[in-house]
Write a protein that binds this ligand. Structure first.
Ligand SMILES: Nc1ncnc2c1ncn2[C@@H]1O[C@H](COP(=O)(O)OP(=O)(O)O)[C@@H](O)[C@H]1O
Ligand SMILES: [Mg+2]
Length: 258
């Protein structure tokens, strides 16, 4: 289980009257569970997930992953091994000159033996349909393929939890669908805990739970049905409800009107 307990964080601690970008945020994520993290621009989503794997150091509160507490610097690497991260723009994550080397990069860094590495890289290329691009420079792939490569490079490290910060926002609908189905399969088949930061309410419908941030605080959480049924509240924090939900509500009102 991944637990966040009363996490607070401020970027500007020098200033006397500093603002917290996160205020007392708590929630838990089990393996095999998928949480969609939503909120308007600037609500603190990226800040929160950076606190989870130690890219930022929370000012208060605890991050605990399978019983291991994030402590700087002692357990940062251990936590990062357990929690894989994928960002919005795959180009900020891609560091090598071929698909194969990119997937191998993290394994090389932790000193994986050649045979094991070749096996894992091959398997990842097959799983993510990247085999035909083995020697291709990543910049020649499409946006969706590059994001799939970024995802493959993280998953080849076998993290127990996967956190993705708006991974589909630069993709076309087909690329978006592909990444989303890969992510949901990771939770359902591989029993990884997944947090997806997304601005698309339709994506959140596929998830077990939706957590909504507003000005650094959790203001709503529950199943997609529960959360999106509060249309007014959703709109008041700058978000949209899925078209499906809105349409359903409209039809219900129409029918009950007769
Ligand atoms: N590097 C930074 N330095 C100072 N303030 C920041 C920095 N990054 C984000 N912030 C502020 O923290 C708040 C939350 O930002 P962020 O976590 O990026 O929100 P989101 O990902 O939900 O759009 C915003 O008010 C933003 O301006
Ligand atoms: Mg963000």
């Amino acid at each position: 289980m991944l637990e966040l307990k009363n996490i607070s964080f401020s970027y500007n601690k020098q200033n006397q009257e500093y603002e917290f970008s996160l205020k007392n945020v708590s929630f838990c994520l089990n393996r095999g569970e998928k949480i969609a993290l939503m909120g308007a621009n600037g609500s603190g989503k990226s800040t929160l997930i950076r606190c989870i794997n130690g890219l930022l150091k929370p000012d208060k509160g605890q991050v605990i992953v399978d019983g291991v507490e994030l402590v700087f610097p002692d357990t940062v690497l251990e936590i990062r091994k357990k929690v894989g991260m994928v960002f919005q723009n795959p180009d900020n994550q891609i560091v090598t000159t071929s698909v194969e080397r990119e997937i191998a990069f993290g394994l090389e860094n932790i000193g994986t033996g050649k045979r094991e590495m070749d096996f894992k890289v091959q398997k990842a290329m097959e799983q993510f349909h990247l085999g035909k691009y083995r020697t291709r420079p990543p910049h020649l792939l499409s946006g969706g393929e590059r994001q799939r490569l970024a995802l493959a490079s993280v998953l080849v490290m076998e993290p127990d939890y996967l956190i993705l910060d708006e991974p589909t926002s630069l993709l076309d609908p087909a690329g978006r669908e592909e990444i989303l189905s890969t992510i949901t399969a990771q939770a359902e088949n591989e029993k990884k805990g997944v947090i997806l930061v997304t601005q698309f309410p339709e994506e959140a419908l596929e998830f077990d739970r939706v957590v909504i941030l507003d000005s650094g605080e959790i203001v709503m959480q529950g199943t997609p049905d529960q959360v999106f049924s509060e249309t007014d509240k959703i709109k008041s924090v700058g978000l949209d409800v899925p078209v499906k939900t809105e349409l359903g509500k409209y039809l219900k009102e129409l029918i009950s009107g007769y």
